[in-house]
Design a protein around this ligand. Structure first.
Ligand SMILES: [Zn+2]
Length: 161
């Protein structure tokens, strides 16, 4: 049984299987065996194979799912926006701080980008300066329905006929 050659791809294999390809019996390697119909009934599938098949079937029957989440995120240039708006309104960091009940140092830290305002502070700044500091980010994940089967040589043969 040594050095048998696969009649399909020509590779040497010690584990040739007999399969039907286009009506003729061929001795092929396990890799090529999937392109033909097994002549002998298949040996019972191993638990791993069963699990894989079940998983594939599950995927196949899954409908299209769309996950969507919308989040309000702080814009990247919040520091510049706040500073520009404050200057436009002719306010010092101290004056702005007083208006929104925060320390001047908080304002300067935020304006230099060294501190990110929290949700509460963002709202206060947006209202007082009449600017928008958040943007809606939408994440969409689409899971498409799987066809579950790859094209095989068998499909190609059928097409030629
Ligand atoms: Zn082969």
């Amino acid at each position: 049984m040594k050095d048998q050659v696969c009649e399909m791809c020509g590779k040497k294999s010690s584990n040739l299987k007999t399969v039907l390809v286009e009506g003729s019996m061929l001795n092929v390697c396990p890799n090529c065996a999937k392109f033909g119909k097994p002549v002998k009934p298949e040996i019972a599938a191993t638990p791993v194979e069963v699990a894989q098949r079940l998983e594939e079937r599950e995927k196949r029957f899954k409908t299209k799912n769309v996950f969507e989440s919308v989040e309000n995120e702080l814009v990247d240039d919040y520091a510049k926006k706040i500073r520009n708006a404050r200057v436009k309104m002719d306010m010092t960091p101290e004056q702005l701080g007083k208006k929104i009940n925060e320390k001047k140092t908080i304002i300067t830290k935020i304006e230099s980008g060294n501190m990110k305002p929290d949700e509460n502070l963002i709202k206060k700044l947006e209202k007082t300066l009449n600017i928008k500091l958040t943007e809606k980010t939408k994440t969409e994940k689409v899971e498409t329905k799987k066809t579950g089967r790859a094209l095989t040589i068998g499909d190609l043969i059928k097409r030629e006929k």
